[in-house]
Design a protein around this ligand. Structure first.
Ligand code: SF4
Ligand code: SF4
Length: 128
């Protein structure tokens, strides 16, 4: 997956049927690929927090931060539709996460401390 931009949830049709407004409920942030024990230790700290996951895809490593947008209305619409950020305007719903979960394109995906720790221990068997 790319660093997923988010869509205009008030778009008619398909987005109105997307009751979870999937693409407006998180952000992603590119991070450096972990190369050292210190890098992994830092990531273990990050992924220990609620709502934080880490994944790697063809574009690199990313933090996945589950956090619904503050402009997302209870009806699933965008409260600032006319002024929504460019990243939201650029995102098309032609083929989006309602069609296919982004996780399908992840080469690596760590949802918890334990999942990342197992990967860390494979990379650095003597680390812990
Ligand atoms: S600004 Fe609007 S379209 Fe963009 S993430 Fe928030 S609710 Fe969704
Ligand atoms: S995931 Fe797709 S259908 Fe759902 S709000 Fe975003 S663009 Fe629309």
């Amino acid at each position: 997956m790319r660093a997923f931009p988010v869509a205009a949830a008030t778009e008619r049709g398909k987005c109105q049927q997307c009751t979870g407004s999937i693409c407006c409920t998180y952000i992603t942030q590119h991070i450096p690929a972990p190369r050292s024990r210190d890098d992994f230790e830092h990531m273990l700290w990050q992924v220990s927090h609620d709502g934080i996951e880490i994944y790697k895809d063809e574009d690199g490593w990313y933090l996945l931060i589950h956090a619904p947008c503050g402009h997302l209305g209870t009806d699933g619409g965008c409260g600032i539709y006319a002024k929504r950020p460019a990243v939201c305007r650029a995102y098309s719903n032609d083929f989006c996460e309602l069609d296919e979960p982004a996780e399908r394109h992840f080469a690596l995906h760590f949802r918890s401390y334990d999942e990342l720790l197992r990967h860390y221990q494979k990379r650095f068997p003597r680390a812990r």
